[in-house]
Ligand binder design. Structure first.
Ligand code: C2E
Ligand code: MG
Ligand code: MG
Ligand code: MG
Length: 289
């Protein structure tokens, strides 16, 4: 009996493995088509500067509309695209589109709006990365100060010397650098001392229970204080409720991003949002006084 069970387990395991391999091959082909047929779009999520309540920037987030499967989230295809190298043409398209949209946005906006773009590890580590940034800035005409590149801890910890040099070169261009998802990787605080970054984005996992869990509050307080003393800016990600925003905004002078302010939206929706949202920002439902 034990033998049969073992066999069943083995059978289940190989079926599961086959299914996963099959799904990956499928997705890879679908991605190739998506690249060729331009099935991607960028959505933009506003970022708010707490002390003024103004929208200071937006983050570009890729969207994939598959003709049969519908929406496929970046969480489902970005890491596969990294493995297959398909991330390169995708990233190039993202950068170009984001910079062009940033120029259009700033032509009509009353305040400068920064464009934050997520950069994948492969993209960052490739030798032509700096040149591609220079080219995209030149072609779009975007002021370098309005471009912010979001990198994750993993990217910056590998090949440190090359990474630091690249960051310094980007900073010399005037481009801003943000460290994304801070607190989720195996970060060593010592690199904060050496990396020429501008901003740190505290991961949303610390925000979810920040109002009720003193441990999360302690982490956020500590990180914000430390990072401010290092002379860096801080953005708190994943703010979903008025309570979270009020709690955090009362304690810290930081940037904010999250569903409470706005979900990622199309370029045209963003335009209306910027035109219609009150300045300073007071949230979807202004707190009753
Ligand atoms: P990220 O860079 O940390 O982006 C923030 C993610 O959190 C986005 O998910 C956004 O929709 C979501 N988010 C924002 N506010 C809230 C909130 O209040 N609550 C919750 N629960 N979620 C919130 P999205 O768009 O699914 O993107 C997931 C990840 O995929 C991104 O995480 C980023 O790592 C990657 N990604 C997205 N677009 C690109 C891209 O163009 N290039 C690259 N290389 N990666 C991308
Ligand atoms: Mg990001
Ligand atoms: Mg993030
Ligand atoms: Mg993330």
């Amino acid at each position: 009996k034990a033998k049969r069970q073992g066999r069943n387990t083995y059978q289940w395991y190989t079926d599961e493995l086959n299914r996963k391999v099959f799904e990956r091959v499928n997705l890879r082909h679908a991605l190739q088509q998506a690249i060729e047929q331009s099935q991607f779009e960028l959505h933009y999520q506003p970022q708010i500067y707490g002390p003024t309540g103004q929208v200071s920037g937006v983050e570009a987030l890729i969207r994939w509309y598959h003709p049969e499967r519908g929406n496929i989230s970046p969480g489902q295809f970005i890491s596969l695209a990294e493995d297959t190298g398909q991330i390169m043409p995708i990233s190039e398209w993202v950068l170009e589109r984001a910079c062009r949209d940033a120029v259009r946005l700033n032509a009509s906006a009353t305040m400068p709006v920064t464009m934050a773009v997520n950069i994948s590890p492969m993209q960052f580590q490739r030798s032509g990365f700096l040149a591609s940034i220079q080219r995209v800035l030149k072609q779009s005409g975007l002021a370098p100060e309005l471009l912010e590149l979001e990198l994750t801890e993993g990217v910056l910890m590998e090949s440190t010397e090359h990474a630091i040099q690249t960051l310094q070169d980007l900073r010399s261009l005037g481009v801003h650098i943000a460290l994304d998802d801070f607190g989720t990787g195996f970060s060593s605080l010592s690199y904060l001392k050496h990396l020429p970054i501008n901003k740190l984005k505290i991961d949303r996992s610390f925000v979810r229970d920040v109002v009720t869990d003193p441990r999360d509050a302690a982490i956020v307080d500590g990180v914000v204080t430390m990072v401010a003393k290092l002379g860096l800016e801080v953005l708190i990600e994943g703010v979903e409720t008025a309570e979270q925003y009020e709690y955090l905004n009362a304690r810290h002078s930081t940037y904010f991003q999250g569903f409470y302010f706005a979900r990622p939206m199309s370029f045209s929706a963003l335009r209306s949002f910027l035109d219609e949202s009150p300045h300073p920002f007071s949230g979807p439902e202004p707190p009753s006084t």
